[in-house]
Design a protein. Sequence first.
Length: 285
Amino acid sequence: MTAQVGSAGRRLSLVTVDQILSSLSNIAALIWVAHAFGAADFGRYSLVVMVYTVAQVVFRSLISTTALVHPDDADARPGAIISATLQLGVLAAAVTVAAGAALLAGGSALGGPILVFGLALPFLVLHDVGRYLAIARQRPGGAVVLDSLWFVLLAVGFVGAGVLDLDSLTWLVAAWVGSGVVASLWVFVQNGAPTGGGREWLRQRWDFSWRSMVSGLAASGTALATASLMALFSSPVAVAAFRAATLLGAPSTAVQMAVGTSAAADIARDREDPRLVWATSAGRS
């Protein structure tokens, strides 16, 4: 029992480190944009990040959380999970690229950043799913590696953009998502190449995933809609103020996410292990 508690404690610590790294990279990017650009561009960048947040919610609901509560899938079928991620990612990218192209054609300053973001979207969601796969397989160190890679590459990308005088918001978004694309390739090293069965896996787990998605979108979709209406009827500066205020809750949210994610993975794993179920029953008798 002591060994199990210690192991769970180490996993929780690593998951907490991973969540903090993920939050730090997002906050660092926002702070960089706030210092390098005006309030309007900061608001536009915040809208791009919010679109990414909604995409994360969808993919975490359909794939990541589903893998957490079905750890046997993460162990035996990681290729199918990665395949499902890439298939859905391409569909999401097509919609996002079309939206970016429409904005660009309409002369919107948000068009270029959204277009670049859309092109990278399949790999960005792959990176996020890879983190959760590592946690589901009780290898949270793999999630830490993925987030550390993105954090380091992000710093290199931002510094490189500054040295080369690539000072437009589109180039900065390219540095952000480009570093994520490169970091996401490590998911293949950790879990192997995608295999067949992605759509079949999604169908098998749909009874759980759709409810999780509705719950997640209720919150993130409302935040994105609010920010979009601010930009439409007020200005991107209002979005910047809204986004800056939400950053205050990031540290506590990271810790809450770490505890919840680690606990969900451990509970699901215990449920799947008959020996632990038997031991629990014997202890109660």
